[in-house]
Design a protein around this ligand. Structure first.
Ligand SMILES: [Ca+2]
Ligand SMILES: [Ca+2]
Length: 321
């Protein structure tokens, strides 16, 4: 898995109407709020917000993504206000809302009109002090989890089924108010707002091992994932009518032995699968168990390296019944 910093609004400019994205993606916002002398954005709870609509599809997420929002905030408000919001223009479609409730609890809700996942913090944070919060959405599973962390402690969590939605379903994105409606203006200060997206990297599997052998001898094969990563199990089809599945391994490679009981040309096939059912493509490796004397193996191998185009022809001779 690769963590990617999707957006980073440092809010250090102190003037101007552009909220610069320091992630390198240039998801810059248009500011309709005041700068605070403390190097961050001060929202008045009346009509202040930052508009990211032109980047909303890029800032959005798929239901199957892992997604984290982190930010600092400070508020004394006793009215519900939206800290960050993304949604389709059709209210029945995808949305993601991060709010500070009237009683000071943080809440994050996401989904669409068919399913909703919502988690509220236990603690209240409209006490006028700085707080650092994270909302973590783990979507790479059938039932996603949302966690709210405040000042380094987990303060809320929910796991439930959620209907699929896509990043491109998010047509609006705003900080400081609801993204598709001019309501729920936030009264307080927001600083150092970051969004991380975890992108899954499906590794490639390779098979290493002998390409020639003898009947009745045990041979070791190494199945390697690149880039190396744990949490995968390998399915192996030995090409002789037998197959097996390894346990989940943590090192990114596994060695498995096999013994062939007959002569032949065998195509070993292997693919790996992780706990979420995500599969690699299939890798193949050929092993020849010829009907020849042991002393001939080296000669045969050398000959094949020099004259690979003769391989098929030779197979026919050696394996002829
Ligand atoms: Ca700042
Ligand atoms: Ca204003």
């Amino acid at each position: 898995m690769n963590e990617e910093l999707l957006a980073y609004w440092k809010s250090d400019e102190c003037d101007g109407t552009t909220l610069w994205d320091c992630s390198g993606h240039n998801y810059n916002g248009i500011i309709y709020a005041d700068w605070n002398p403390g190097y961050c954005l001060n929202f008045d709870g009346v009509d202040d917000y930052v508009d990211f609509d032109t980047h909303s599809e890029d800032l959005g997420y798929n239901k199957t993504d892992d997604y984290t929002i982190s930010f600092n905030f400070k508020s004394t408000s006793s009215t519900k206000g939206t800290i960050y919001s993304m949604s389709h223009t059709n209210i029945a479609r995808a949305f993601a809302q991060l709010e500070l409730l009237a009683d000071g609890r943080l809440t994050y809700k996401t989904g669409d009109s068919t399913s909703l996942l919502q988690v509220n913090s236990t603690g209240t944070y409209n006490d006028g002090s700085w707080h650092y919060a994270e909302v973590r959405f783990y979507g790479e599973v059938v039932n996603p989890t949302i966690e709210i962390w405040v000042d380094g402690s987990k303060d809320g969590s929910i796991t439930d089924w959620l209907a699929p939605f896509l990043s491109e379903d998010f047509k609006t994105a705003k900080m400081g108010r609801k993204s598709n409606e001019e309501i729920d203006y936030f009264d307080g200060i927001i600083d150092e707002f970051k969004i991380y997206k975890w992108l899954i990297t499906i590794p490639k599997i390779d098979i290493e091992g002998p390409s020639m052998g003898k009947v009745g001898i045990k041979y070791g094969f190494i199945f390697t994932l690149s880039p190396p990563q744990g949490g995968w199990r390998v399915n192996i089809d030995w090409g002789d009518g037998t197959s097996e599945t390894t346990g989940f391994n943590s090192s990114g490679y596994v060695m498995v032995n096999h013994t062939w009981t007959t002569e032949g040309i065998f195509i070993i096939k292997a693919w790996a699968k992780n706990e979420d059912g995500i599969e690699t493509t299939v890798a193949t490796h050929k092993i020849i168990i010829p009907r020849i004397r042991a002393s001939s193996y080296q000669w045969y191998h050398w000959f094949l390296e020099c004259f690979p185009f003769l391989e098929i022809f030779l197979h026919k001779i050696y394996l002829k019944n």
